[in-house]
Design a protein around this ligand. Structure first.
Ligand code: RAM
Length: 929
């Protein structure tokens, strides 16, 4: 062999060996979509020093599941992945890729933490490391704050408004300061007793709407953290804050003693600057700040609107060139230990959508009415010609009266009107800042009379807590799609920092019952886990005021009436349970467990022989109540029956939660309690022999609660089911349910196999039904099944919101059963794809959700006698797929006759359903219909 040949042979051997080795060790694609805790991506000012970590596996044919993972966490980017100084989980054999607890070195306020992760797939092949993600903690302890609460005493010259409540003048506050050298980085930590808008050197620090939002301020005020490194420079700087009452000192808090009786709003801020020379400089709110109430925003109230006088504008007051020598010195308060200052734990409200599809409805008598064609929540942006000194009046309404004027009776005492006083002739632009309205129509008056109103004068800025869409639902039926639209608008409109009952009248409060029924539907449609868990913290804090475990009707509790309602307070057990089912995050169950137990204690304290005697709003707003007017609001399902049913149900859920948390004694104790309550329930309210209600009125909801909460013996239950069907038949296949019965109606009928009946009820066009409001022109869900009718006009009761989400709870069934996409094991670890098509009404339906493991979807279609089902199952999950037509023999999978493979296995097959177990991937199932 010549030298060159020998060289070539050796070279080829080495190259081939390398090739083989590299094949064996081929790295899987890196994990992606890294988040911490309830879904945060690289958050700034994070609230939790013990976060959890989640990631998703890539969608490729090589990766079906995870067999192990490794997380590395470090105090700087450079240390990753090899020298993680904070935590190295080391390789953990586990298929868990969500909510892994951090178990490293204790973290501190302000700390910036970097992390990345890799996984091993089902064959033991390791992946590449993910991108490096980070989180930065906010100020976690009150002792981190050197600042003081600062503001002007606006209580002393405040105005008496509706119901003699105080209305504070908004204030402008500012502080100039000098920086000696160049800035490396800067963080602004800020909050308010009130709501604020902050500027640095003339620039907006953020586009947050009405921060810090609403918590039980007597327990906790949330703080915001902003990276302001780019907004500060060496030399003179100025920090400028506009401050208004918001929830804290506004009428909405009803002058509550716990909220310091309309105390003057104050801000708290701490600007921490790191200079390029390594030194630090901190600017705090203290008595060197100056303020004025002579700014242009004269009044601002959540319920009543805003008054803005452009003649009082103070050009450049947020910049260094402004002279504040006429401003007055502020007053200060020290921070107290009793009110915790904690970084905001969910997204602030933002302007999410601009509606400019506006119609000019009428223009007469110098008044113009505009239609946004959608009931929204937020503020308008007006661009209107005006004459100097004139006042533009902006009114709102959800719908019009027959004569084309505004229906505002349902705003009750909320004035919901904005005023703008012009300082010049010409076009003015105005967007209110410290209020929000619920409206579809807007009326302008006071504009330049020589101008012809145009639709382009107004836009609608839809505002809500800044969460993203999480799911989609669509079908072949226009009205069902409109219902989905009404549900999702109703949700966005009512998630303004807290879950509200309605967004427009003098209420807008965190009613627990409404939230309890809507949270699963909300979670399907929006990525709002952190929103709910934040509100649950407020609930825990509020419950701590009550030794007997009472959960008030609303959170934050501005009513302070020491009262609780069954079906409402149960939100403290039901919401965590539902969220766990959809996220798989056990820490949520831990966090809320004691609260749930105490709530059961409350029931026990009210119960005699397991029948609680307590308040209940009952099956709120049931249609056709036997009592008239306001009296009828509570429907006909007896209060005691509802109390007992929820007592039993919550005890049952707590027992299940105890089981999941490994608390065996509690699991047994609460199961026994549930059984005892169920027994008492059946004896008290049911005729055992006939399974019929013994109560005065036989309502659908009585049967639904008894059946869905599993409170009857199997024989009684069977009979009760027949009675339920009879009540529905008697109502000509209409629902007869209020807030509590409606969400469980589809679930019960579904369990009974009464799918066609449920479709009939859902697709009813006449009152009471979901489509009835759509037929009357609704673009959101209504508070009442008959809030309005074209024939009879508005329901005469002033409690008549046209934007109330409770009846939107049907949304869950639309996802889970019409389209067929549900979580079968917590957090979609196992998915159930089980559509139940009804060909009388639909030819197709589809839904998708961003599950914790990635996108999952189910989409079916019936055409030319063929049923097709397209399914996406994300990695690290599996799915039980139920094909509702055809047989195993005529089933095609991805174009081929069905035979079992490693990806699809047969679970069972009968003449109705073929059940399969499918591994992650994309599938097309086809069968004869
Ligand atoms: C109304 C609210 C809410 C309901 C309570 C009982 O005032 O709007 O929807 O939960 O009453």
């Amino acid at each position: 062999m010549t030298k060159s040949r020998l060289f070539f042979a050796i070279f080829s051997y080495v190259a081939f060996t390398f090739f083989l080795l590299s094949c064996n060790n081929e790295l899987n694609q890196a994990p992606a979509s890294l988040t911490i805790s309830e879904g945060f991506k690289n958050p700034m000012g994070f609230h939790d020093d013990k976060p959890t970590f989640s990631w998703q596996l890539p969608v490729t044919t090589d990766v079906k599941s995870q067999s192990a993972y490794q997380i590395v966490v470090a105090s700087s980017r450079e240390l990753l992945p090899n020298n993680p100084d904070l935590w190295d989980s080391t390789k953990q054999e586990s298929n868990q890729s969500t909510f892994i607890e951090y178990k490293g070195t204790e973290l501190q306020s302000r700390q910036k933490v970097y992390w990345q992760v890799r996984y091993w797939n089902q064959d033991g092949h390791v992946s590449e490391w993910s991108d490096i993600n980070f989180f930065e903690l906010g100020l976690l302890n009150n002792s981190d704050w050197k600042a003081k609460w600062v503001g002007l005493d606006t209580a002393k010259d405040s105005i008496k408004c509706v119901r003699k409540f105080l209305m504070h003048r908004p204030q402008c506050l500012r502080k100039g300061f000098e920086i000696s050298t160049e800035v490396a980085s800067a963080r602004l930590y800020i909050t308010a007793k009130g709501v604020f808008d902050v500027h640095l050197n003339g620039k907006d620090v953020s586009d947050d709407v009405m921060p810090p939002g609403w918590t039980p301020y007597n327990h906790r005020i949330e703080t915001l953290t902003y990276d302001v490194s780019e907004l500060i420079a060496s030399g003179n700087n100025v920090l400028a804050v506009e401050l208004a009452s918001g929830w804290h000192s506004g009428r909405i808090s009803r002058g509550n003693a716990l909220y310091e009786n309309f105390a003057s709003p104050k801000i708290l801020c701490q600007l921490e600057i790191t200079l390029k020379d390594g030194s630090k400089q901190t600017i705090i709110s203290d008595d060197t700040w100056k303020g004025t109430t002579n700014g242009p925003t004269r009044l601002a109230s959540i319920y009543d609107g805003e008054v803005y006088d452009a003649n009082l504008e103070m050009p450049n007051w947020t910049t260094t060139s402004f002279d504040d020598s006429t401003w007055i010195q502020t007053e200060t308060d020290v921070i107290t230990d009793s009110v915790k200052l904690e970084p905001k734990r969910h997204n602030t409200v933002k302007t999410r959508t601009t509606i400019d599809n506006v119609k000019l409805v009428s223009a007469k008598n110098n008044t113009a009415i505009f239609n946004f064609q959608q009931n929204i929540v937020g503020v308008p942006k007006v661009k209107v010609p005006m004459k100097k000194g004139d006042t533009l009046k902006i009114r709102f309404s959800e719908m019009l009266l027959n004569d084309g004027t505004f229906y505002t009776t349902n705003y009750r005492s909320a004035k919901s009107t904005d005023y703008y006083i012009a300082s010049k002739d010409g076009i003015v632009e105005y967007t209110p800042k410290f209020t929000f309205h619920g409206f579809q129509f807007l009326e302008l008056s006071g504009f330049d009379q020589s101008a012809n109103p145009e639709a382009s004068w107004v836009q609608g800025l839809a505002q809500y807590s800044n969460f993203d869409q999480n799911g989609t639902f669509t079908s072949s039926h226009e009205k069902l799609n409109q219902l989905q639209s009404n549900i999702t608008w109703g949700l966005r409109d009512n998630f303004f920092d807290i879950p509200t009952d309605c967004p427009q009248r003098d209420e807008r409060l965190g009613w627990t019952g409404d939230a309890q029924v809507i949270s699963p539907t909300a979670m399907f449609n929006y990525d709002m886990y952190s929103f709910w868990s934040a509100w649950l913290q407020s609930m825990r804090e509020t419950q701590s005021e009550h030794e007997n475990g009472l959960i008030p009707f609303i959170i934050p509790d501005v009513l302070q009436n020491n009262n609780a309602s069954s079906g409402w307070g149960d939100a403290c057990v039901i919401i965590p349970w539902d969220l766990y089912h959809l996220t798989g995050d056990k820490s949520l169950l831990h966090e809320n467990y004691e609260m749930g137990k105490k709530w059961i204690g409350y029931y026990q304290s009210k119960a005699k022989n397991f029948i609680p005697n307590m308040h209940s709003f009952a099956d709120w707003l049931q249609p056709f109540p036997t009592k008239e007017g306001k009296e009828g609001n509570k429907g006909d399902t007896p209060r005691d029956l509802i109390n007992t049913a929820y007592f039993g149900h919550s005890a049952h859920l707590i027992s299940k939660i105890a089981g999941i948390l490994g608390k065996e004694d509690d699991e047994k104790k609460f199961k026994d309690l549930y059984k005892a309550v169920a027994n008492a329930f059946e004896n008290e309210f049911f005729d055992e022999q006939h399974g019929k209600l013994k109560t005065e009125h036989e309502t659908q909801t009585s049967y639904l609660l008894a059946i869905y909460f599993d409170l009857l013996k199997p024989e009684t239950k069977k009979k009760a089911q027949q009675h339920l069907l009879a009540t529905i038949k008697k109502a000509d296949n209409h629902l007869g349910t209020g807030f509590l019965g409606t969400p469980i109606l589809p679930k019960v009928l579904d369990d009974m196999g009464e799918i066609d009946l449920m479709y009939k009820i859902l697709f009813k066009e006449t009152y009471p039904s979901w489509f009835y409001s759509i037929n009357q022109g609704a673009t959101t869900m209504w508070e009442r099944w008959n809030s309005y009718s074209q024939a009879e006009g508005y329901n005469p009761q002033p409690m008549n919101s046209l934007n109330h989400y409770a009846y939107g709870a049907i949304g869950q069934w639309m996802y889970e059963r019409i389209a067929g996409l549900a979580s079968l094991e917590p957090g979609y670890k196992k998915i159930r794809i089980a559509p139940i098509p009804n060909t009388e009404f639909l030819t197709s339906a589809s839904a998708s959700v961003k599950s914790p493991y990635g996108e999952a979807s189910s989409s079916w279609n019936i055409e030319n006698g063929e049923f097709t089902l397209d399914v996406v199952i994300p990695p690290n999950t599996s799915a039980e797929v139920q094909i509702p037509f055809g047989t195993e023999a005529n089933l095609m999978v991805n174009g081929n006759n069905f035979t079992e493979t490693s990806n699809v296995k047969l679970i069972s097959s009968d003449k109705n359903v073929v059940k399969l177990l499918a591994e992650p991937g994309t599938y097309n199932f086809q069968t004869k219909f």
